[in-house]
Design a protein around this ligand. Sequence first.
Ligand code: BG6
Ligand code: MG
Length: 232
Amino acid sequence: MFKKGFIFDLDGVIVDTAKYHFLAWKKLANSIGVDFSEVQNEQLKGVSRVRSLEKILEWGNKTLPEDEFMRLMAMKNEDYLTYINTMDASEILPDVSKTLDFLIKKGQAIALGSASKNATPILHKVNLFQKFDAIVDGNDVSKAKPDPEVFLIGAKLLKMNPEDCIVFEDSVAGVQAANIANMISIGIGEDDVLHEADYIFKDFTEMSSQFLEDLISGTIKKQPKNNLSINN
Ligand code: BG6
Ligand code: MG
C-alpha cells in the first residue's frame, strides 16, 4: 500500500479564520494610525504574530518600545479570540472534511502544519482535532514560514521523508516553505497569488479523488523549480 504524509495548514485552508485575523489586525493597525488593506493582509497570511506586527509597524513607519509591542500583540490576540470563541463545525471550508476522511480511509498519515499558536483550540472548536496524527503549530517552531521548520517537524512526527509529503497551503510564505522542504506544494486559493505552488485549486471542491489517489501513488510529482531560498 502506498503511504504519503499530508500536511494541512490551518488558517485559510481548513477554516476561514483569515477573515478574523484581518479584522483583528485592521482594528489594531487603525488604532495606532496605520492604514491596513486586504492587499497588506495577504502579506500577513502564514506569517507569525510577532512578524505580522513588525510588518504593520514597518508599513506605518513606526517603532515601539518592547512592552508596548507586547501589549499590542496581546490585544490583537484577545480580539481574535472573541471571533474564535463563536466558531463551530459550520466554519470548516468546503470539502475539507471529505478530503480528510478520504485520506484517512486510504490509510494516509495526516498532520497539521500551522504558524498559529491558537491551532489546537480551533481544531477542537470545529471538531477536527481527532483526525490528525500529528499537530505542529506556532508553539513548536522557532522559525516562521517561509522557513520549512514547521513542515519538516510534521514530516518527522509522521515518520515520513519530506519528499513523500504533500502540503496544502493558502499563503505565499507557506507555499515557499513547502517548496524549500522539497514537499509537493498545493496552493488553495488564487493562481496569481500562489503561482509558486506545484498545483493550485480554488478550494477542495475542485480537487478530484483521482488527484488525491495520484498523489498517494506518486503518479503526481513535484514540479522542478529553480532558486529556492528564504526571503521574508
Ligand atoms: C497563520 C495565519 O496561520 O497564523 C497568520 O495565517 C497568523 O495570519 C499566524 O498571524 C499566527 O497565528 P496566531 O493565532 O498565533 O496569532
Ligand atoms: Mg494559512
